[in-house]
Design a protein around this ligand. Sequence first.
Ligand code: GLU
Length: 486
Amino acid sequence: MPKSQPAKVRTRFAPSPTGFLHVGSVRAALFPWLVARQNNGRFVLRIEDTDQTREVSGATAIIRQTLEWLGIDWDEGPEKGGDFGPYVQSQRAKAGIYLNWAQKLIDKGLAYADVRTPKELEALREDAKQSQRPFLARNYRPQQPTDWRPGMPLRFRCTPKAYSWHDLIMGDLLAGEAAVDDFILLKSDGMPTYNFAHIVDDYEMRISHVVRGSEYVSSMPKYLALYEALAIAPPLFAHAPHVMDADGKKKLSKRDGAKSVLDYKSQGFLPEAMLNFLASLGWNDGSEQEIFSAQELINKFKLERVQKSGARFDENRLVWLNGQWIRRIGPDELYQKSGPFWPAEADRANEAYKKQVLNLVGDRLKTLADIPMMTRYFFSEPAPDLSLIKNHRQLKELTNHQLAGLLESAKSALDTSNFTADDLRSRLTGLLGNTGQKPAVLLGLIRIAVTWAPFSPELAATLSLLGKPAVIKRLDGAISLFRQSP
Ligand code: GLU
């Protein structure tokens, strides 16, 4: 007997175009993407825009840009096309897809017109409350339902029963028949509800694994009842726990100030770091490893290892990961990505010089947005900031006369150097010997006088890159500044 082909792994990300994607919402794309990529499967992007009152214009483009920035690529989707399109639900509604499926239910007597007004439904809810019963629409089915016509809400007629099912993350789950109820399939505007549309689409698009947020777990019994009514096999399910806010108390949400993932891009975060961070929200591979490239995630990710409880959003960890990735991606790529972050002063500098600057400061960058603060003095003469002396534990004890004297001895020691970093290093060591000063005092002073910046890379390397004329000029400037008011 011919062996049947294993079903192809197909997963999807199905965002609603209601605004930007925050960290929690984009993680809902990462996990199914990893599942598709590690199985040589297909990853589908589907836009769920049936609630047109919540739609925000431009949101689909932002969703696309966010995924592209992170390198989460899709094989089928709006514009890209594919065998199971269209991939936008409003277009599928126009094509009559949901209506066809709804008709099958109507024909089987498994859906009915529900023309009751919101007010009437509210009264029924109140009735349930009065009799201290949970409201279930199936207890209030219209006695003589009107024949359904387009423009009327259509409600699913469920068969209440208990369900048990397996979730690849949550494990074995079960729910009693109280969790199964009649729900709206088509709204009066002709659009399907999410509850109906996603089931039709996942089936038509041959989705093998539905990987999504845990907010949908409680509706699973209803969905399972609908799969049965439609006589279609459900896919596999994996519900990932929420990403929680920094306090770990609430689900991360836009309402409470969660930022767009693209804001992190403009704040100098690398996509590699963001992807690594997203994956670590609720998942680890069981080892101590913390840095994962996209390819390593594809190799190592396992739904079964996603934790069941919520993962806390810790921005400090993202900053740390970003620093790790800045040092990992290599100088050429770092330079390429640094483009928009250079200070205006660097406009006229050439590429080779900027690359050297970047190599030098790279070790200390937390984000690319640190570049201006860390590099400005390499491109233009810095303005003196005497607070750096006043707040320096040792330098603040010295008089201006003493400071000028120290800088003069530094100037004569450096004046005859060839300005290679090695030569400068030995000059500075010699200078420490001759003056008997501590490195924190003397090297700290030279550093400040030449950069007027709170931090800078290793002194000899910094001086070497600045070059002799600039260094001597800046030492002269600082000397006359201190001489002005001894
Ligand atoms: N449109 C739904 C949302 O944005 C998709 C949920 C799902 O993945 O099934 O939450």
